[in-house]
Design a binder for this molecule. Structure first.
Ligand code: SF4
Ligand code: SF4
Length: 298
């Protein structure tokens, strides 16, 4: 089965994010004003298509939206995914804003396996403990847990908990102080100089420069992300990786197809997708497309 190779699907069930973090392309690509939802029929067709093609990997409900901004919709979409693909690992990231406001109303009935809370405001570890209490998340020992995201985050800046069926809840304290950012498909690269733009934190540690991973140097190695990931925007566009997004005009041409018009199987096996994967796996870095030139991912 061709989907055996795919390890992770990212899907935006709607578009909205309530923040504009300076380290995120949402700072200029608006996700704040309107909330566009993925059509339910399209979403269910996607899940069935994944099942029919033997997909056995992670489903992440995070891309450039804030998944808990509409928790009822998130809960329903995760439930539907669990019904159709019961053995797949499901997770999402959150900025925690709605958890702070609504507590465990967000979590009750959310059938995720993993939830990652990012402390973008640098409120610290004690705030994380309070938030866990407010949301009835039971703190667990950190021993033996790395999670499958942000695994290098030091144990002192991280909390681990569980909530009913959510097996792992991570809280990443002081995120902007400990995290190095990516160029996001060239979004943070100055096209004239080929150098990364200065990114200054606008939350928590306001005014402090956020560093780029590996100084955002020219990429010369292959990339397997388009082979092992599928990244689906709220409008149905399937992108080759997490950095490429259809609402960035610079990225529009890299969309591989739309699940409103084609099955994910047709998209993944299309000439365009096969060619893109081949180029990125070839290591012919002089020919890499613009979004990949200074990418340090993978
Ligand atoms: S980093 Fe997260 S919270 Fe911040 S703008 Fe991007 S999607 Fe929203
Ligand atoms: S190298 Fe290109 S395809 Fe790979 S993760 Fe970076 S932007 Fe995406």
């Amino acid at each position: 089965m061709i989907f055996d190779k795919i390890k992770k699907i990212e899907v935006e069930v709607f578009s909205k994010c309530n923040r504009r973090c300076n380290w995120c392309p949402n700072v200029a690509l608006d996700r704040l004003k309107e909330n566009f939802h993925m059509d339910e029929e399209t979403y269910l067709r996607l899940l069935h298509n994944l099942k029919d093609n033997g997909f056995k990997g992670e489903i992440s409900f995070s891309r450039y939206n804030e998944p808990t901004a509409n928790h009822k919709v998130l809960q329903k979409r995760v439930r539907q995914a669990k019904e159709i693909l019961p053995n797949n690992y499901m997770l999402c990231n959150t900025n925690g804003d709605y958890l702070r406001r609504k507590g465990d109303e967000i979590l009750d009935g959310l059938m995720l396996d993993e939830l990652n809370i990012m402390d973008y405001d640098c409120r610290g570890i004690e705030h994380g403990k309070e938030l866990f209490k407010k949301c009835n998340i039971k703190e667990k020992s950190k021993k033996g847990f790395t999670g499958n995201q942000q695994a290098k985050y030091s144990a002192n800046n991280k909390l681990i908990g569980e909530y009913k069926n959510i097996k792992i809840v991570h809280y990443y304290a002081d995120w902007p102080k400990h995290h190095q950012i990516e160029t996001r498909g060239g979004f943070f690269i100055d096209s004239k100089t080929g150098k990364p733009k200065k990114v200054i934190s606008n939350y928590g540690n306001k005014g402090v420069e956020v560093p780029f991973k590996k100084n955002a140097t020219r990429r010369k190695h292959p990339c397997n992300k388009p082979t092992i990931n599928m990244n689906i925007d709220f409008n149905g566009v399937v992108n080759p990786c997490c950095h490429i997004r259809s609402d960035n005009p610079e990225h529009e041409k890299y969309g591989l197809g739309n699940i409103n018009e084609m099955s994910v199987h047709e998209i993944y096996t299309s000439e365009k997708a096969v060619k893109f994967r081949k180029l990125l796996m070839s290591g012919n870095w002089q020919d890499y497309p613009d979004p990949c030139k200074y990418c340090t991912k993978g």
